[in-house]
Design a protein around this ligand. Structure first.
Ligand code: SAM
Length: 422
């Protein structure tokens, strides 16, 4: 394993996941944006004040490089995305969201151990599409459960049944997966305030499910006894879309044992990390927001204090740099082309992207242009294709991967990147 225990990465999870060795993680819980087409912000005055994330996926967020690596390595996913593109269009939120998720879920699959599992938290906005995507990546035979997490929340829906459940798709990497039935069949220690309830009500269901668990029965794939975090005042940090610790504890207990490695690539306010620490698992959290690092330390300090132990702040490590894989041949460096493409209609703008085959990349542009006016200005084969592309997109003003600048300058920067960064 090439990442330390108790590590928070503050960076895009795709780069971090790509830097993790293959076959080394026991459990991944992923709670990504759900494609709700809005921005989530923590309330002013809450512990999570300043936390914000966008749940809007547009064409400019999608990198050609993702679509290239999907079409090269994952024919089924490529075909699925092509189908979505045909139905909804390349600029649709659905296509953009699924392309974004596909490259990340492919990495999740690669880094899981053969005995490992993935729990993907989503809701009916995208769950049906994500199920197909995961079937393509993990194989239909490795689909284990569609868990329905039910909760209540105030609010009136004048013309619909209130939408009050999330979906958690559970997949194993192989059929030789771990499932620790005993740990979740024992009585569940939730804070029940009342033993009464009207038949059919939520409280009644809570009580009765508790009784069923006490009898040692494995819980069904619908969970009603874990309240939404907004009702767990003591846990609430104001982090948008924060999940309850009890939910994560159940998942971690079901699919990992003490000492195993749990990874959350969208860790938010680090609920998974706190639950894993409580249950004596190793953990890794990734989030683009630095809040994850601040909050995990606060939460753990408070938590273990309550348990009567000391928490050493220095135990939690932090990095903004992707790890370097140690499970490949030392001289193994995949190479791809960084290319510059122009079009007379976009004077002073150049498309800078990555491809394994520049001619077919150019060809795919030409098919959308009756005049076939796209021109390949430059290409260079390099192992630093990702770094160079990111560097150019950062250095020059850009829109949809088209950068504005002088062609000679851009070409110079691409060719000299390796020397400058040696
Ligand atoms: C639904 S929230 C996760 C909430 C979390 N389960 C909790 O209990 O706090 C999704 C998180 O994903 C993060 N995120 C979105 N895109 C990301 C990316 N590409 N890389 C890393 N984190 C990302 C957001 O900052 C946000 O914190």
């Amino acid at each position: 394993m090439n990442v330390d225990n108790r590590m928070i990465f503050c960076h895009d999870n795709l780069d971090i996941l790509r830097g993790i060795n293959s076959d080394c993680i026991d459990l991944i819980y992923a709670d990504p944006p759900f494609n709700k087409k809005k921005t989530f912000t923590a309330p002013v005055g809450s512990s999570a004040e300043g936390a914000e994330f966008s749940d809007i996926f547009k064409e400019e967020d999608i990198k050609d490089e993702w679509l290239v690596s999907i079409s090269e390595d994952q024919e089924k996913i490529h075909n699925f995305l092509e189908g979505i593109k045909g139905i909804e269009g390349r600029t649709s939120y659905t296509f953009c969201y699924l392309a974004y998720m596909a490259v990340r879920l492919m990495e999740c699959h690669r880094i899981l151990k053969d005995t490992g599992s993935l729990y993907l938290h989503c809701d009916p906005t995208m769950s049906h599409y994500l199920k197909i995507l995961l079937d393509c990546i993990f194989g239909e035979k490795n689909f284990r459960n569609e868990i329905v997490w039910c909760y209540t929340f105030p609010g009136n829906f004048p013309k619909d049944f209130p939408r009050r459940h999330d979906i958690i798709l559970r997949y194993s990497k192989t059929e030789n997966y771990f499932f620790y039935k005993k740990t979740i069949s024992t009585p569940y220690k939730a804070n029940f305030t009342s033993t009464r309830g009207v038949q059919g009500s939520h409280k009644y269901e809570e009580e009765h499910q508790k009784i069923r668990h006490e009898k040692g029965k494995t819980p069904e794939d619908w969970w009603t006894h874990i309240s939404n975090v907004s009702q767990w005042r003591s846990e609430l940090l104001g982090y948008p879309t924060q999940k309850p610790l009890a939910l994560l504890e159940r998942i971690i207990q079901a699919s990992s044992k003490k000492g195993n490695i749990v990874l959350d690539p969208f860790c938010g306010c680090a609920t998974t990390c706190v639950a894993a620490e409580r249950l004596k698992r190793q953990w890794i959290g990734i989030d683009v927001s630095v809040k994850a690092y601040e909050l995990v330390k606060q939460r753990l300090a408070k938590d273990v204090e309550r348990e009567g132990e000391l928490f050493y702040e220095k135990l939690v490590k932090f990095s903004t740099d992707p790890p370097k894989r140690t499970d490949q041949e030392p001289d193994y460096l995949p190479q791809k082309y960084v290319y510059i493409i122009s079009h007379p209609q976009y004077e002073g703008e150049y498309k800078v992207g990555i491809a394994s085959d520049v001619k077919s990349r150019l060809g795919s542009y030409q098919t959308g242009d009756p005049g076939r006016n796209y021109k390949l200005e430059h290409s260079c084969l390099t192992p630093y294709f990702r770094e160079i592309e990111a560097y150019i997109h950062k250095k020059y003003e850009n829109k949809h991967e088209w950068v504005q600048g002088d062609l000679k300058d851009i070409q110079f920067d691409i060719e000299h990147y390796e020397h400058e960064n040696e």
